[in-house]
Design a protein around this ligand. Sequence first.
Ligand code: CP
Length: 316
Amino acid sequence: MQHFISVHDVTDIDALVQEGLQHKQSPFAFEHLGKHKTIGLLFFNQSLRTRLSTQRAAQNLGMNTMALNVGQDSWGLELEEGAVMDGNNAEHVKEAAAVMGKYCDILAVRAFAGLQDREKDYAETVMTQFKKYAGVPIVNLESATRHPLQSLADCITIEEYKTKARPKVVLTWAPHFKSLPQAVANSFCEWMNRRDVEFVVTHPEGYELSPDYVGNAGVIYDQNEAFAGADFIYAKNWSSYQHYGQVLTKDPSWMITKQKMDLTDNGKFMHCLPVRRNMKVTDEVLDSEQSIVVEQAGNRVWSAQAVLKRMLEELG
Ligand code: CP
């Protein structure tokens, strides 16, 4: 694996999921692989899980880690080609990425969607620029349109908790008071479309995701109907793709409650976290046996470790 930007960088998801589960059993089995190798973790946005789990995964593999909050710890980065740099950004990504590529064997980057300009966000400028100029493998720690390490952890979690060969997995929109990116939802769709699951997406009208990501998923506008018989409920808020970045509704009837979970087949509740309690999902659901959000977040380590191990093997 040279880069890990999306599901398209993975040829065999099942093998990667199994590798993640093996790392969970034996976290230090490959600690020799990363000796004298360094990963740089670059954050244009905040993080708890992604930052700590990726550091932990790299350390389990014997790597050195360096983390940088771009624009806070470092100069602000200019991303536009040919820009006249008379604004706040003192350094161009061309130099910054190339320089960081001299210090690190792998660079991992988090840069969220701005939610102002759909074309610009979906062009994935930051990831593209780092791939172009860093000269080392790039890991996506959540970009404008995707969050593949989260999705791989989600696949690992579903594999662990499924009780049927082909479980029903429902991605449901849940209310939030502000605009959030589509990255987690897009990515979850892409990965679920390549798993052996019955995959359903439910959301209010106007919250349709890009068809490029929804793929073959069944889309149901009635949340109760979608939940019927489900084995996994994956809740996430996203802002409108069509009316880009807008909050069209905060309808509290879409919040995940015990009554809705009772429609499932004793389904498990999943969320990538952080989650706003009693906005997207009730305390009762999050504090119940059905919630596996902490285990899901724990699996972020094994997801990152599976990916980094593949990259280290390629680096030699
Ligand atoms: N799920 C997730 O990516 O969490 P953080 O934003 O805290 O990294």
